[in-house]
Design a protein around this ligand. Sequence first.
Ligand SMILES: Nc1nc2c(ncn2[C@@H]2O[C@H](COP(=O)(O)OP(=O)(O)OP(=O)(O)O)[C@@H](O)[C@H]2O)c(=O)[nH]1
Ligand SMILES: [Mg+2]
Length: 421
Amino acid sequence: MFDRVEIEVKAGDGGDGVISFRREKFVPYGGPDGGDGGDGGDVIIMADSSVDSLRLFGRRRFYRAADGNDGKGKGKHGKKGENLILAVPAGTVVLCKTQIVDDALIADLEQPGQQVVVTKGGRGGLGNIHFASPTNQAPRIAQKGEPGEENSIILEMRLIADVGVIGYPNVGKSTLLAAASAAKPKIASYPFTTREPILGVAEVEQRNFVLAEIPGLIDGAHLGRGLGHDFLRHIVRTKILIHLVDGSSVSPIEDVMRVNTELNLFDSALAHKPQLFAVNKIDLPEVQARLAEIKDAFSCAGITVFFISAATKEGVPELMAETMKLLSQVAVEVEAGAKIHKKVFRPQPRGTGPSVHKEGDTFVVVAPELERIVARTDVTSPEVRWQLRKQLARLGISKALEKTGVKPGDRVRCGDLEWDW
Ligand SMILES: Nc1nc2c(ncn2[C@@H]2O[C@H](COP(=O)(O)OP(=O)(O)OP(=O)(O)O)[C@@H](O)[C@H]2O)c(=O)[nH]1
Ligand SMILES: [Mg+2]
């Protein structure tokens, strides 16, 4: 089951700006006419109703949007790189790793058509037109395109079910699903029969809701024991839970408490989901014999409980009617609450201010804006040096260098450029 995949995405690089001059009869160099590079394409993740799994992402790990084209002469701009749109099923949660948290939420694509930009394409570089000024009519510098952003993205598919049926293995979750809906899950008298969440649609008075059997809940499930916490996260999206216990268990009330502890350890928000409790297998004579005792134990704990037999369907319609009732009560609150509790991570824009530090005798400038500036001719040509110096002033680099104590003749480096101050 591919319900969690990690992929690497890279947005397109911006195209380079170009250094070019108009050619006119009898004029060796006309004005600058180097166009800008096109922006790189973004990587976008979009929920699409025609996609029903993340299977395709299991085969390929790297995804890249198209680069922008370089600018051209005659003021022509480069074409923008095409966006790469990755289609995922509705119900996919988009996460990424950050230094602070492992699974930072970028977006929750619940509805088909919802989309999110996960990496932005690099901006195209400026052509030399932009570097012209009244005092500098023949700029011989332009700007390289910005590299596109890269990111590791996690796609996680979460079931969209209204009601989760939880409980220890073998308590009769599948049997209940079969009794309340048209689903036909495998039922057997051993634990872990169900190995993946199973959905069914229940109907109460011509209204439907989706039930999901959540398998594999045992002590230590939050640590990955049994079928692990893979399925616990599917509960996150359900609005309410039906908590099923086996009436023939040694202590049904203790079973309930332990399963809830497990939920709490996985995510305390899960433990706060409204639950309906149902004791199953009341058709068994030994369960019949202790109904009063079980009822007492639950009411001592302040819990109202339903008594059902999933096998004979006794009590199942009543449980489903109550489920529908509770569902319509909480649906509104849950939607409002979920929006507030979601912590959405937004990738920070890159810092662009220049910084200066010393490496030995050399002053090293970190300034992405300057590193992107390229000169067509040799940087030692006085004209280009003068043009570059103007950019140093414009970008605030001269000031930053002077603050650090640079003196004429000192060595200064920025990216591939190196020169004497
Ligand atoms: N007598 C009786 N047996 C039941 C009832 N409900 C389920 N069973 C039996 O209990 C066993 C487990 O039922 P399942 O529905 O597979 O239980 P489950 O909770 O889905 O189990 P896993 O998927 O393995 O975790 C089967 O042998 C069922 O026939 C019931 O109401 N009465
Ligand atoms: Mg089952």
